[in-house]
Design a protein around this ligand. Structure first.
Ligand code: C2E
Ligand code: CA
Ligand code: CA
Length: 263
């Protein structure tokens, strides 16, 4: 990464948090069987007048290096809660949102309390916010991770395993933690050839056997969508249904496509 961009991130992060440049973009998650919207994933964007839109892979590594990622995640969680409250107050159907946590959130702050305090402050039901954790972070600090995941569960939050299959320890993680949902990335499978199809089908069946819901992300084509629907994958997410966008735009995009909200 260019040194100038790193410097820009380091110098500008605090004011970007305060002046609204760091925003949650929302990507739709669709239920395969009904074709309806069932939730959004909140993805962070840094919208800067000079640099344009910075993506997470540009600023997250710098924030992690500086141990400031929990400030970003706390901000996104607050923005998501604010949006949910706005939707409820304006009489719209509130749509649950999943948020991404970083490994360092568990170390640098009490991330359960951060989430729970915001949810309480905005008076939201606990089943409107889902927690996404990537499998790669679960192997470390196991005791602490278990404790925090259990706290989320006990308080009524769903916890999802993100990027399932990308690491080497997925199956152990499935055994050790009771996740509510598995997110599988289609991009892990470079093509939908016969072998990939068998792997996917087996994973979907295994998840059903152990009562875990399934969501495939990175779905870009109709072919992928129809295949996932046929093998019983419950939910899909990807550019085929919509890229991450500001909340109002995301809703407008879905309206234009004729996608209804699940009730
Ligand atoms: P992720 O959680 O796996 O999020 C999915 C990424 O795939 C997003 O990239 C999304 O824009 C992209 N994507 C969605 N649909 C498609 C598709 O059909 N095709 C392709 N090629 N890509 C698709 P994004 O927004 O750049 O985020 C990258 C990663 O950064 C995320 O991966 C997540 O791990 C992390 N991230 C994003 N926002 C946050 C945040 O607020 N906090 C933390 N801790 N991490 C975040
Ligand atoms: Ca995610
Ligand atoms: Ca993912």
């Amino acid at each position: 990464m260019k040194e100038s961009l790193k410097q820009f991130i380091r110098a500008g992060f605090d004011s970007a948090l305060q002046n609204g440049s760091i925003q949650a973009y929302y990507q739709p998650v669709i239920r395969t069987i009904s074709g309806r919207l069932c939730s959004f994933e909140a993805l962070a964007r840094w919208v800067d007048p000079e640099f344009g839109i910075l993506r997470p892979d540009q600023f997250i590594p710098v924030l992690e290096q500086d141990k400031r990622i929990h400030l970003l995640d706390s901000h996104i969680i607050r923005e998501v809660c604010r949006q949910l409250r706005r939707s409820i107050d304006s009489g719209e159907t509130p749509i649950p949102v999943s948020v991404n946590l970083s490994r360092l959130d568990f170390i640098c702050c009490d991330i359960f309390s951060v989430v729970d305090q915001q949810v309480s402050a905005f008076q939201l039901p606990h089943d409107f916010l889902y927690i996404e954790i990537t499998e790669s972070i679960l192997g470390e600090q196991e005791g602490l991770m278990h404790e925090v995941v259990d706290r989320f569960h006990e308080a009524g939050y769903q916890v999802w395993m993100d990027d399932f299959g990308s690491g080497y320890s997925s199956l152990n993680m499935l055994k050790d933690y009771s996740f509510d949902e598995l997110k599988l990335d289609m991009r892990f499978l470079s093509s939908l050839d016969r072998r990939s199809r068998r792997i996917l089908t087996s994973v979907i069946h295994m998840a059903k056997e152990i009562d875990i819901h399934t969501l495939a992300e990175g779905v870009e084509t109709e072919e992928q969508f129809l295949y996932l629907r046929d093998i019983g994958c419950e939910k899909v997410q990807g550019y085929y249904f919509g890229a991450p966008m500001p909340y109002a735009k995301a809703l407008e995009h879905l309206r234009e496509k004729g996608v209804a909200v699940e009730l």
